[in-house]
Design a protein around this ligand. Structure first.
Ligand SMILES: Cc1cc2nc3c(=O)[nH]c(=O)nc-3n(C[C@H](O)[C@H](O)[C@H](O)COP(=O)(O)OP(=O)(O)OC[C@H]3O[C@@H](n4cnc5c(N)ncnc54)[C@H](O)[C@@H]3O)c2cc1C
Length: 416
């Protein structure tokens, strides 16, 4: 029997990753203390619940794993610990039913995070997990103890092992503010710059478009983007014209590649097919009739092609008045309207964060090689994924892997 029972583990960060680590450790009989800066746990998880709480995705598992792109090799064994079907079973174990939406995304039946979080915290407490809110981790003191600022002043804590699950830096008012980056860098940990992921991008719109159409959804379009390696991808979907640029699920799906192109070149251009259901020839036949029509351009485009409102305004953004008389130009713009973005929207508006603790900085147990006994998990690691449940799945899975890593390390140190 390993001597882990007289060991204590501090988990800093009471989000999905930290709580999953707490579950693994408390199941093994280890004393766990979870600390969070906020007055309650799981605030970002609760916010995710406002959008329905897309907990994972039901697509074929090999395809699922590719969503982690170039970090798939780093995450594969971790994802295998908690693949989507098993994650759903875990959710069911908390008394929460799930369903698969038409897009293949998996949600709790109630489309909320609160019942799940409540049941989960209750179960953790009943296993003896101690929870400490309003404890903001400030780093390590000269003796290597964890330092927290609390309402009652500074508190030090000296656990056998620590798991940091501090999240990324989006929506900082919910607790994850990325303030840990200089603390870890100061300890010699390699941390990739935190950047916006699943985010909007800035576009210099005309005053007209901004005033009349910001907030307008752009439905049934296909976005085409060529990444910095020359690979062209296209995808149908919906986006939103924002005050500052573009946002919405279709944009988020391309945000990693757009951001990489922006970082390399300072701007990035994608095209939108405004009529993806109609071939170029069909659009050309309709557009050719414009010259013979007595209708105004806008009435004609609306009646023949259904182009009106925000789609028409976008055409006016890139075409001059005379271009509407140029059939070739009008057709090619309807089928491939170029939009150039020049910056990602700020990280505090993003759904998630790219960058973080590099995988090269830790061992297979998720332990920091420069800081033995300190483990890391969740969104604070250097991986990213699109929306669709991939974020939460990897947060839960890395929390589980870090918890198991701590157990292995505790056992190894006991038997040494
Ligand atoms: C609007 C929105 C909707 C989302 N919807 C979905 C969705 O439907 N599906 C999905 O898969 N993902 C979704 N996400 C992303 C998902 O919520 C996050 O990826 C996930 O919560 C990250 O989990 P985590 O445990 O790594 O970090 P977090 O959930 O961010 O938790 C980290 C915790 O650490 C605490 N902390 C930070 N710094 C300190 C410190 N110095 N001291 C003490 N405590 C600290 C924070 O208070 C926080 O409680 C959404 C995100 C947003 C913003």
């Amino acid at each position: 029997m390993p001597d882990t029972l007289n060991k204590s583990v501090a988990i800093v960060g009471g989000g999905p990753a930290g709580l999953m680590a707490a579950e693994v450790l408390s199941n093994a009989g280890v004393q766990v203390d979870v600390f969070d800066a906020m007055p309650s746990f799981g605030r970002k998880f609760l916010l995710a619940g406002i959008g329905g709480l897309n907990i994972t995705h039901s697509e074929e598992y090999t395809k699922f794993c590719t969503r982690y792109a170039d970090r798939q090799p780093n995450l594969q064994t971790t994802l295998d610990l908690l693949p989507p079907a098993q994650l759903c079973e875990w959710v069911h174990g908390l008394g929460i039913e799930t369903f698969v939406g038409t897009s293949g995304r998996v949600f709790p039946k109630e489309m909320k995070a609160a019942p799940l979080l409540r049941a989960w915290l209750h179960r953790l407490r009943s296993k003896g997990v101690r929870m400490h809110v309003r404890h903001r981790w400030q780093g390590w003191d000269a003796q290597g103890q964890l330092q927290f600022s609390t309402q009652n002043g500074s508190v030090e804590y000296s656990p056998t092992a620590t798991i940091l699950a501090l999240g990324g830096a989006s929506w900082p008012k919910l607790g994850s503010d990325g303030a840990w980056v200089p603390l870890l860098r100061g300890a010699g940990v390699d941390v990739a710059e935190l950047e916006s992921a699943n985010c909007g991008f800035e576009v210099t719109w005309s005053d007209y478009l901004r005033e009349k159409f910001s907030g307008s959804p752009l439905k049934s379009v296909t976005l085409k983007f060529t990444n910095e390696h020359g690979r062209e991808t296209e995808r149908p979907g919906e986006m939103v014209i924002g005050q500052h640029g573009v946002e919405g699920s279709l944009i988020y799906a391309f945000s990693r590649e757009i951001r990489q192109r922006l970082n390399a070149q300072g701007s990035a251009t994608f095209t939108l097919d405004l009529l993806p259901g109609r071939s170029v020839d069909r659009v050309r036949t309709e557009v050719a009739g414009l010259a013979r029509s007595s209708q105004s351009v806008s009435s004609y485009l609306k009646s023949k092609l259904g182009i009106a409102g925000v789609k028409l305004a976008l055409l006016h953004e890139v075409l001059g008045k005379d271009d509407f008389k140029n059939t070739d130009k009008l057709v090619s713009t309807i089928k491939a309207l170029p939009i150039t973005v020049h910056a990602a929207r700020p990280i505090d508006e993003a759904i998630s964060t790219a960058g973080g603790v590099r995988f090269e900085s830790m061992d297979n147990n998720y332990m920091l090689t420069n800081k033995p006994g300190t483990f890391v998990a969740g969104e604070m690691l250097d991986w990213e994924a699109p929306t669709g449940g991939y974020l939460l799945t990897a947060c839960f899975a890395t929390g589980m892997a870090a918890g198991q890593g701590v157990l292995r390390w505790l056992n190894d140190s006991t038997t040494d």
